[in-house]
Design a protein around this ligand. Structure first.
Ligand code: IVH
Length: 676
């Protein structure tokens, strides 16, 4: 029995590792994500039946360790060095000259291994007999932190090496956050009203240095290896480029943009090529690295202090630049927040021309003492909104004008108020203010709200500018003829948009509540309100005390909700939406035709990475499933996220199928009602 299981488990692990290699190293998958998921599901199920056959290097065991209270120290037996930097062509040419002089044997053009300089954090990973046993940060180069559990969780890191790895192999490389994942994380943080990460490097460093591996595992991280540290029983290949090829053979990810180039001109041409491709790369880089390709020459060249003589980092110009502040204007956001924005003399920074930079809020303007006419330092990091770092002292003219918070909204003229203790000042115009209206409509149409496909920013701007839409309810009166008259709209897209608006009539109460854009009511609060009150009339009638009965709703949010529904303009919007046929099923009792998961009971345990628990509950209940708090024989599935604990053990004990978040997403996707 168990021997058959063992055979199948071995087979599945090898197959999964093979597909990991195809996907992460060769970037050439042979199977679909769904097929891959099926292999994982089968392996998980078998391991759940035979817990004694689970091994630490099974692909199911990437994440699982308990949170730490601190990181252990790791001593790097071969120190982790840094690189000498160059910013100009002259400096790069001087480097090449020095190298050739020292190697006097080699007069002609040298082969250099050229690689992007990844903007992440350096990491060392040790494999013993092909098994990942330790991973550490660089630290001060001699002592780093043991982050093994967090590095294991990075999907591109093999837990077992392929081929014939040596008894000891310590590889080194860079952990980074892909730009797409970085953007996704920041969007989610904004949606939850949390602080965003300044740049992908900080985000990656923060993720690797999480004491709880489950949190780390939920962050999108990538890894590229570019070197070796300690090794035993292995002849290191004669060239750096061959070393990279061997690492790839072991199943380790190396940077696909690495190349061998000839001589200094080859290096400079590579720098130009990568510089031009920079904006399209899926990860952030801050330059390129040149390494003498021949290892015997590397050894001959040796080191100066903490950096090798055989390598050089050629950095892109800094992402900071100086320019002058032409004006400071105030932008009005969805909830009326009035944000100062610096209008700048256009300046080229970080690969793009910047003419606006955020000043966050009026306190910040005063703290930095930014005045109109000042020379300021602008910073642009990755895809982040450019910001004013500081005023250049000593360059201020006598006529530089201090910035003041306007007393009236620059868009609608309503009074601007700033509540005691709040950094943010707000326009009190509500829907009467065009700026708030515009942002409110964008929010209403967003994917997590009413999900109106095709109602992009440019269209909303025109609808508001032309006064065609004053509240979300007006969207439902638009016809294809009117829409086709807008700029950047054809007949066909106008018809599609009318259809998308019509389809949004069928929604859910949590989506509607979220879409109304009540201050501080995010998705999870919207769900809690909907579940508590069941319908919108009861919610609209509730006073602040009643609102505070809702889980997670405190006095502040209760106040926002009560004030929102006390405003006759907002009540009119809700009534108009209903009059236009916007409707939602009652929360507690989903209708049968809307309940493809009817009869199934799910238990959620642990933290989910992509969905909040509330959003998962909403999605499941919207499809008719029941979501229960504890596991029993009647449970259909246990969804195990990070930190899954006793419920997971109980599920295993009772033989209840356990699925992870990706599998849950697949179920939700496949059962989703057409048009929703
Ligand atoms: S080689 C002895 N290659 O840059 C050579 N480093 O300033 C040591 N880095 O700590 C590093 N991309 O975090 C090398 N392709 C690359 C790199 C790279 C990024 C980082 C690494 C290192 C720092 C040195």
């Amino acid at each position: 029995m168990s021997a058959t299981a063992q055979r199948r488990i071995d087979e599945l692990r090898a197959t999964i590792e093979h597909h990991d290699y195809r996907y992460h190293v060769l970037d050439d998958p042979e199977i679909s994500d769904a097929e891959y998921d099926r292999l994982m599901i089968e392996l998980r199920a078998l391991e759940a039946q035979h817990p004694e056959l689970v091994t630490p290097d099974s692909p199911t065991q990437r994440v699982g360790a308990a949170p730490l209270s601190s990181f252990a120290e790791v001593v790097h037996r071969v120190p982790m060095l840094s690189l000498e930097n160059a910013f100009s062509e002259e400096e790069v040419r001087a480097f090449d000259r020095r190298v050739r002089e020292r190697l006097d044997a080699a007069a002609g053009a040298l082969d250099y291994a050229a690689e992007p300089k990844l903007d992440g954090l350096a990491i060392s990973i040790t494999y013993r007999d092909g098994r990942l046993v330790q991973a550490a940060t660089r630290g001060d180069g001699t002592r780093g932190e043991d982050v093994t559990a967090n590095i294991r969780a990075i999907r591109g890191t093999p837990l077992r090496l392929r081929g014939k790895p040596p008894p000891l192999l310590e590889v080194r490389g860079e952990v980074y956050m892909p730009l797409e994942g970085f953007a996704r994380m920041n969007e989610a943080a904004v949606a939850r009203g949390e602080k965003t990460f300044v740049n992908p490097r900080n985000a990656a460093a923060g993720a690797v240095r999480q004491l709880d591996p489950k949190i780390s595992a939920s962050r999108p991280l990538g890894i590229f290896l570019y070197g070796v540290g300690m090794t035993e029983g292995w002849t290191i290949p004669a060239r750096h480029s061959e070393l990279l090829a061997e690492l790839r053979g072991f199943g380790l990810r190396t940077c696909p943009q690495a190349e061998v180039v000839q001589g200094i001109d080859g290096c400079l041409a590579y720098f130009a090529r990568i510089g031009a491709a920079r904006a399209r790369l899926p990860y952030q880089i801050d330059g390129v690295v040149y390494k003498v390709d021949r290892r015997d020459w590397q050894e001959q060249l040796g080191f100066v202090s903490r950096a090798p003589r055989w390598a050089l980092a050629h950095k892109f110009p800094a992402d900071e630049a100086e320019t002058t502040v032409a004006a400071v204007e105030f932008q009005v956001g969805r909830t009326g927040a009035v944000t100062p924005v610096a209008r700048l003399e256009p300046v080229f920074v970080g690969g793009v021309t910047v003419s606006n930079a955020t000043l966050h809020n009026i306190d910040e303007v005063q703290r930095k003492d930014v005045r109109v006419g000042d020379t300021v330092v602008i910073r642009r990091a990755g895809d982040v909104i450019p910001e004013v770092v500081r005023v250049v002292a000593g360059r201020r003219h006598a006529h530089a004008k201090p910035v003041e918070l306007p007393a009236y909204c620059p868009v609608c003229g309503s009074p601007v108020v700033r509540l005691e203790g709040e950094a943010i000042a707000r326009c009190t115009g509500g829907f009467r203010c065009r700026a708030q209206r515009r942002e409110a409509l964008k929010h209403y149409a967003a994917r997590r709200a009413l999900d109106i496909d095709g109602l992009g920013d440019a269209i909303v701007d025109q609808l508001v500018e032309r006064d065609l839409v004053r509240s979300p309810a007006d969207l439902y009166s638009l016809d294809a003829g009117t829409l086709a008259d807008l700029e950047r709209m054809g007949e066909k897209s106008a018809q599609n948009l009318v259809a998308a608006i019509a389809a949004s009539r069928e929604t859910t109460l949590p989506r509607l509540l979220f879409g109304l854009g009540i201050r501080d009511v995010g998705e999870s609060t919207a769900l809690a309100l909907a579940q508590h009150f069941g319908d919108i009339d009861a919610l609209m009638a509730a006073d602040e005390t009643q609102l505070q009965q809702v889980p997670d709703v405190g006095p502040v949010v209760a106040g926002h909700v009560a004030r929102f529904f006390a405003d006759p303009a907002n009540r009119a919007v809700v009534a108009a939406l209903r009059a236009h046929g916007v409707h939602w099923p009652p929360i507690a009792a989903p209708r049968a035709e809307l309940a493809p998961l009817g009869g199934l009971t799910f238990v959620l345990t642990g933290k989910l990475a992509q969905l909040t628990r509330e959003a998962a509950t909403e999605a499941l209940t919207a499809l008719g499933a029941k979501v229960a708090g504890s596991v029993s024989k009647k449970t259909s599935y246990v969804v195990a996220g990070e930190e899954a604990g006793s419920k997971l053990d109980k599920a295993r004990a009772l033989g209840v199928p356990v699925i992870d978040e990706a599998e849950l997403a697949a179920i939700l996707e496949s059962r989703r009602r057409p048009g929703s």
